[in-house]
Ligand binder design. Structure first.
Ligand SMILES: Nc1ncnc2c1ncn2[C@@H]1O[C@H](COP(=O)(O)OP(=O)(O)OP(=O)(O)O)[C@@H](O)[C@H]1O
Length: 341
């Protein structure tokens, strides 16, 4: 994928060049407030006539894309129409009437159809806007903080269904201040600073502790473990990860037996060099793969557990750091209050 956008928002200039070796399906964008993320999406959506957009994504010429659909606070619904009226208008225009029921259910809008748009809560409004965008049959779906007003269970539930629903031909760019949204959905990640892209690549590489020295304040170090929901009981799920399993608080509606991703912030994992009966709920045995400086005060230890990479942050003064060697057996402890998606 290659993409270059230049645009002006008042005195602010955006000059964002993104390039990835592999073709992303879902590209996440993070950056501090005022970095130019919305200006970038608005240019891609064709909202800024003076912007210049060039590039390609798979077989799509981004400069000629007439089916880029933006979901943001700046894309209002028709206030004179009900939710149903708004959705049917777009569905009819795009020959999508047959898909209304499915998309309304996907976006959890079934109970909202008869409501007036000025009666909706922030999260309800976001769900209706997402439904409207899907009914516009987008080739490029641009999500600008489109889930920010929804609670975690709802947003991860909808994201999960959305990923299953969209055909691989539909490309998605998601801007979010919540890194969890991006980690559960995106395969690539870009960091925007002061109107420029400062880093872009596969999510796994961007979250790798080896790139910690260039880490951006908006990008914490988080590992993603892949597993499967083995059982759920009273809001606690047992997730099998390779030969072992961990227990987590589970607010999701993801069915038992399905593959899931478990997000582990490195700062919440404790490392032990001996097996102990710690108070933490979960323990994974692994081997040290690398120990790299992460920040002025922290070192990142990358370990491999059940064939998967897991990062742990240790403070510089931790005396265990000098004793850690590649291949050494270690135990990673963490609580069950983790994000599941
Ligand atoms: N219509 C406008 N007129 C003047 N300046 C603007 C306009 N729109 C945006 N800006 C400025 O351009 C800069 C980038 O804004 P933008 O909305 O793209 O940032 P952002 O990264 O999306 O921020 P946030 O995370 O807060 O939504 C900001 O300094 C903003 O004040």
């Amino acid at each position: 994928m290659e993409c270059h956008v230049t645009a002006q928002a008042g005195q602010f200039t955006v000059d964002i060049a993104l390039s990835t070796a592999a073709e992303p399906n879902w590209l996440g964008i993070v950056g501090q407030s005022g970095a130019g993320k919305s200006t970038f999406l608005q240019a891609l959506a064709g909202f800024n006539a003076a912007a210049n957009v060039t590039g390609r994504w798979h077989d799509k010429d981004l400069s000629k894309l007439d089916h880029a659909v933006l979901v943001s606070a700046q894309t209002p619904l028709f206030p004179a129409l009900s939710v149903a009226g708004n959705l049917e208008l777009v569905a009819r225009h795009n020959q999508q009437l047959d898909n209304v029921k499915t998309i309304v259910a996907l976006c959890e809008c079934t109970a909202l159809m008869s409501r007036q748009t000025n009666e909706l809560s922030g999260g309800e409004l976001q769900r209706v806007k997402l439904a409207r965008a899907l009914l516009a049959n987008p080739a490029l779906l641009l999500l600008d903080e489109s889930f920010s007003a929804m609670d975690r269970a709802l947003r991860f539930g909808i994201l999960h269904k959305l990923k299953a629903y969209l055909s691989p031909d539909v490309k998605v760019i998601m801007v979010s201040h919540d890194i969890n949204d991006i980690i559960v959905s995106c395969d690539h990640l870009s960091i925007i600073e002061s109107g420029h892209c400062v880093a872009c690549g596969p999510l796994s590489e961007m979250l790798n502790p080896a790139r910690g020295q260039q880490a951006n304040a908006s990008l914490p170090l988080i590992s993603v473990l892949h597993g499967e929901i083995a059982e759920r009981n009273k809001g606690i799920s047992r997730i099998s990860v390779g030969e072992t399993s961990v227990k987590v608080v589970d607010e999701s509606a993801i069915p038992v037996g399905q593959s899931v991703r478990l997000l582990l912030p490195a700062s919440e994992v404790t490392l032990a060099t001996e097996n102990s009966t710690a108070l933490h709920t979960n323990c994974l045995q692994g081997t040290v793969q690398s120990v790299v400086p992460y920040s002025a005060t922290q070192v990142a230890v990358k370990i491999v557990c059940e064939g998967q990479e897991l990062a742990v942050l240790l403070d510089n003064y931790d005396r265990r750091i000098n004793a850690l060697q590649e291949g050494q057996l270690v135990w990673a402890y963490f609580s069950g209050q983790l994000t599941l998606a």
